[in-house]
Design a protein around this ligand. Structure first.
Ligand SMILES: [Zn+2]
Length: 256
């Protein structure tokens, strides 16, 4: 029942209710870990656990961040050195993130904090303006091996499945299921009409979203487009318009 995360003393073992197939009980990584992280840890698949083996997220320092967030500087290995957000309005920055990159990183992560605070407001925007619908469960018919190989992302994990135009599902999968690595993944698309997986973006995707660095989920697209102040794409323009009206009304602001 216990997932052992290598190299660490397991100070706490938390029995959790039986999860869906493929999920096991969560174990805090060490005694400094935050209990707020339990649902996220419990959501990992077997591959997600393997991809994080040996990583630690020990908090080195904490400081107040923008918009009543807390910035936690953590061990370099946490999430393979990738900044992310966690429950409790925490922006988590591995110490391997260069100092010069941190302001832009924090702006990007602040968008994820806003998404965490009002997920239904963002889901409504994605639906109305981007033709994206979010789901907690994978689409019917998608082969199990792709579900098992999906790379979980702390900034999208509550509703990780997204469907564009009622048909196209982006899925970030581990390149090597035998030895999954967080930074070794690729984007695939499940076409639920044709019941096929492809590595090609759907028709119309590029015209609407442009070529973006993180296309796995609307939460990532929104964070990338807002941080870049993108108005060159139709998706970026719609997001900016919404952000400057509805977003501000909701208290979203990237101003320092
Ligand atoms: Zn992100």
């Amino acid at each position: 029942m216990v997932a052992v995360i290598a190299g660490l003393v397991l100070a706490h073992v938390w029995p959790v209710p039986k999860q869906e197939e493929g999920f096991v009980d969560a174990v805090l990584e060490d005694e400094t870990d935050n209990a707020l992280d339990l649902p996220w840890l419990a959501s990992w698949s077997a591959m997600d656990r393997a991809a994080r083996k040996g990583q630690t997220c020990t908090v080195i320092s904490q400081e107040p961040g923008p918009a009543n967030t807390t910035i936690e500087l953590v061990s370099a290995s946490c999430e393979a050195g990738m900044a992310h957000t966690r429950a409790g309005d925490r922006i988590v920055i591995p110490e391997s993130v260069p100092l010069a990159a941190r302001p832009d990183t924090i702006r990007h992560e602040l968008v994820h904090i806003f998404q965490r605070r009002k997920p239904e407001v963002w889901a409504d925007f994605y639906r109305r303006s981007w033709s994206f619908e979010l789901f907690a469960e994978p689409p019917v018919g998608i082969p199990k091996e792709y579900v098992a190989a999906r790379r979980s992302n702390p900034d999208t994990w509550v509703k990780p499945w997204a469907c564009w135009m009622g048909r196209h599902w982006p899925v970030q999968i581990y390149k090597n299921p035998q030895s999954p690595q967080l930074r070794e993944s690729r984007l695939m698309w499940w076409d639920s009409w044709r019941s096929q997986m492809t590595d090609t973006s759907p028709e119309g995707w590029y015209n609407f979203f442009g070529s973006q660095s993180q296309e796995e989920h609307p939460n990532e697209l929104a964070a990338v487009l807002l941080t870049a102040d993108d108005t060159a794409t139709e998706a970026g323009r719609r997001l900016q318009n919404w952000w400057q009206s509805e977003g501000l009304r909701q208290g979203f602001s990237l101003a320092a």
